[in-house]
Write a protein that binds this ligand. Structure first.
Ligand SMILES: Nc1ncnc2c1ncn2[C@@H]1O[C@H](COP(=O)(O)OP(=O)(O)OP(=O)(O)O)[C@@H](O)[C@H]1O
Length: 812
């Protein structure tokens, strides 16, 4: 069985044919020569001649944390070292695509990882035939230059973070010091000699040439001198279990130098034969028919079965990559484990995944995952975040940050794509240009959107089933995915904005994406609803999807723009995310029905019969003089026109914008942008129209006043004030707040019965008052006197408080 696995690995990974190995019978596991006295002496000499380097300060701190850590899960060091070995193998295999000679021949060309244990000396060795490191690489990579993730890792650790995360910060190598007191890294790069890096984690490391050691030909061997507290790793069975666990998704064969007991037939020695004869003679009387058989056996050479220990490389992983297996043969558990190995998050569970084979114009296999949560500050870093889908070409790893595999709005997906259509021996740049890549991208997007749609469907099914069950009072809510309920809401919470960005950015998938959109509406309560659900609830004859955008759904529900719509029981979508303005700018229809902004001038609230039309025409005629007058009062630059409204019920007026200009909400958002240059966008501002409610007493009263005297100044002021108030209520910011305030105060003044003449006194008092009290004046006024004044003023206020104001009197 092992042989089959190894063969299939050779095939699937395009490895050179496996050289048959005869099991080796050796007395012990001691197969390296590096601990022999002669080798030790040579090493000592070389070490003495080596160069000593100090660890970079941050690396030092990191190592301190690791060495002194009480972290119990020390096993992770093996995962990190195997992962490094696998990366190094990926690198050399990638380079060999353009230059096959780089791999060398025979054993050197084998892309594999080998692990060996020297139990006696407690030395664990991990060897790969990867790219190896030059002297400079060793110095740079393992100590003198801190990786970019080092400080973030230190920060996390300070906050009590989990050491398990080490791999994600790009400092996984140092986890070896969880189990080691000394580590030697022997490495051979094609362009350099063989070097040894060695450190006891005492603040420094030494690098020396490995002139006498066994040549690695190419690759890296890490020799771990296990600490006393880590002697559990000097156990073959433990190692076997660990390596199996961590190597499951490594695409290179990993073998362990392992012993096993085998039965062996050995000739029986003479002494034993004599003993046997004595025993036979004792039993002579008992001999029966068996005698004859024994006579026959005597002719054969005598042998016996004994146990023997055989040492050999034992393959520990099935290197057939998960994505090459048929989806029906892969249990969910394996998908989760594969995700964990891809993301280096050993505890993480993806929200969902899709595994598929694409055939036809382009052939590829892929597994895409939706992580349970979006990356931190996902939307802040939207344009800089790196992609996380690995690209393989015919099982050869090419890149894990290929930009053109998925559009930006799906950048949160993780996984792998392995294509048979892309060429192997071209540069990354050429690959990026390849026409097949576009097709791959197109199909990946479709599959990803299908996967998201499925979450929503399962969720819906489950909710429906749940509801039915609730009615039937059944305890069985069994759904395919036990966690399906509420899953789409979770997805939406994490990635809803990404879907909206998709609607804006990806015209070819806009319809698909619109189906994934979730919104709040006047009828959805606290829940989210889909556009499909909205359409299914549309009233007979309703042709449009009504929406309004603003800051909160509570505020929008109160908006004058939707008064009539709500009164007539039309469902209104409430868009409250700033990005929604851009979404509705791109998404103009759904299911052949147009979106209608309730704040735009062209809103039609349902169909009206002939009677209603006639009546409206008459009202328009009746208000013609007023609307004309009002427009003149406001001025042409302020409003495009003043019209009788069809959308208002209780509110006297609203200010609507033209169909193709910005809405009030969009104006607000643009103003809020720190870098926005208002003048540049002036042409985008929607033209404004004041709509008046012909049934409102305020409007009727104004109409009567204007009819009596069109030059009445107070009527003009009222008209301006009503307009400005409508602007505010309609969500606009005032261009001239000072004028508005002055008008409003005047009204209040009149209301409170304050005479305009009283202001003269205030102005005079202000003029008399010195700007700042002079020093002499301050000195003249005793502090306690000032206090008395304040107190008396306060007393007056308190006294006055008992008296009802004019407003209160009126109310009373
Ligand atoms: N077996 C190896 N062969 C070649 N280079 C290696 C090997 N192990 C480590 N290195 C080099 O040392 C560097 C540091 O390794 P380390 O494990 O600390 O970080 P990393 O591999 O970049 O990130 P991660 O920990 O996430 O795997 C690697 O980037 C790599 O260049």
């Amino acid at each position: 069985k092992e042989q089959n696995v190894a063969d299939s690995a050779t095939e699937t990974l395009n490895l050179p044919p496996k050289v048959e190995l005869e099991p080796k019978v050796v007395p012990s596991a001691k197969v390296t020569d590096h601990e022999t006295p002669a080798r030790e002496a040579a090493l000592k000499q070389q070490r003495a001649g080596g160069e000593k380097f100090e660890f970079q300060a941050e690396v030092n701190r990191l190592m301190d944390i690791i060495i002194n850590s009480l972290y119990s899960n020390k096993d992770i060091f093996l995962r990190e070292l195997i992962s490094n070995a696998s990366d190094a193998l990926d690198k050399i295999r990638f380079l060999s695509l353009t230059d096959p000679t780089i791999l060398g021949e025979g054993e050197a060309a084998k892309l594999e990882i080998k692990i060996k244990l020297d139990k006696e000396n407690k030395i664990l060795t991990i060897r790969d035939r990867g790219i190896g490191m030059t002297k400079e690489d060793l110095i740079k990579n393992l100590g003198t230059i801190a990786k970019s993730g080092t400080s973030s890792f230190l920060e996390q650790m300070q906050k009590g973070g989990d050491l398990n995360l080490i791999g994600q910060f790009g400092v996984g190598f140092y986890s070896v010091y969880l189990v080691a007191d000394t580590v030697e890294v022997v490495s051979k790069h094609n362009t350099d000699k063989q070097w040894v890096w060695e450190s006891q984690a005492d603040g420094s490391f030494t690098v020396y040439e490995d002139a006498d050691g066994e040549s690695l030909e190419r690759g890296t061997e890490i020799r771990i001198h296990l600490k006393d507290e880590a002697s559990e790793y000097a156990d073959e069975d433990k190692l076997k279990a660990l390596v199996s666990r961590y190597s499951q998704f490594i695409n290179f064969p990993i073998s362990l130098w392992a012993s096993k007991e085998v039965d062996k037939e050995v000739p029986v020695e003479e002494e034993e034969e004599v003993e046997d004869d004595v025993a036979d003679s004792k039993d002579e009387e008992e001999s029966t028919e068996e005698e004859e058989e024994e006579v026959e056996e005597e002719d054969k050479p005598k042998t016996k079965t004994t146990k023997e220990t055989v040492w050999d490389w034992e393959l520990l992983n099935d290197v057939k990559p998960v994505w090459l297996r048929s989806p029906k043969d892969v249990p969910d558990e394996d998908y989760v484990k594969f995700y964990q190995s891809l993301t280096k998050e050993s505890w993480a569970k993806p929200m969902s995944w899709a595994h598929f084979n694409a055939e036809g114009d382009v052939e590829f296999k892929a597994i895409l995952y939706i992580p349970a949560s979006a990356p931190p500050q996902f939307y802040d870093n939207y344009y800089t975040i790196s992609p996380d889908v690995k690209l393989y070409v015919r099982r050869v790893f090419i890149s894990d940050d290929f930009d053109d595999l998925l559009p930006r709005y799906l950048i949160f997906l993780k996984g792998i794509v392995d294509s048979d259509t892309l060429p192997l021996n071209v540069s990354r740049e050429m690959l990026q240009q390849h026409s097949a890549l576009k097709l791959i991208k197109k199909k990946l997007v479709r599959k990803a959107l299908d996967m998201i749609r499925k979450i929503a469907e399962d969720d819906e099914d489950d909710t429906k089933k749940g509801a039915d069950d609730d009615e039937a009072e059944s305890a069985d809510k069994g759904s395919k995915d036990p966690e399906a309920r509420g899953k789409y809401a979770k997805f939406w919470g994490q990635y809803g904005k990404a879907i909206k960005l998709g609607i804006i950015e990806d015209a070819s998938n806009r319809v698909r994406l619109a189906k994934l959109l979730r919104v709040h509406t006047s009828k959805s309560g606290d829940k989210l609803t889909s556009l499909e659900e909205y359409v299914s609830r549309m009233k007979p004859g309703q042709k449009q999807l009504y929406f309004i955008s603003g800051e909160s759904k509570e505020q929008l529900a109160q908006s004058p723009f939707v008064e009539k719509l709500l009164k007539k029981d039309y469902e209104v979508i409430y868009f409250t995310d700033p990005i929604d303005e851009y979404v509705t700018g791109q998404l103009t229809e759904f299911d052949d029905k147009k979106f209608q902004d309730a704040t735009k001038e062209d809103l039609k609230v349902g169909e009206r019969d002939e009677d209603e039309k006639k009546k409206f025409k008459e009202t328009k005629e009746e208000f013609k003089d007023l609307t004309k007058w009002w427009k003149d009062v406001l001025g042409g630059s302020e409003v495009e026109g003043v019209k009788v409204s069809k959308r208002l019920h209780r509110t006297p007026c609203v200010v609507v914008t033209s169909k193709y200009g910005w809405s009030a909400n969009m104006e607000r958002l643009m103003k809020a942008q720190a870098m926005a240059d208002d003048s540049k966008h002036a042409y985008m501002k929607g033209r404004r129209t004041l709509e008046i409610n012909a049934n409102h007493p305020l409007i009727r009263e104004l109409k009567a006043k204007v009819a009596a005297d069109p030059e009445d100044e107070s009527a003009k002021d009222s008209a301006k004030l009503i307009y400005e108030t409508a602007l505010l209520e309609s969500g606009f910011a005032l261009d001239k707040p000072k004028e508005f305030a002055a008008r409003l105060y005047e009204v209040i003044q009149k209301d409170l019965g304050v005479d305009a003449g009283d202001f003269a006194g205030v102005e005079e008092a202000e003029e008399d008052e010195p700007e700042e009290p002079t020093k002499e004046a301050e000195a003249e006024t005793p502090a306690d006197e000032a206090d008395v004044e304040v107190t008396s003023a306060k007393d007056e206020e308190v006294e006055g408080a008992d008296e009802p104001s004019k407003l209160e009197k009126d109310e009373l």
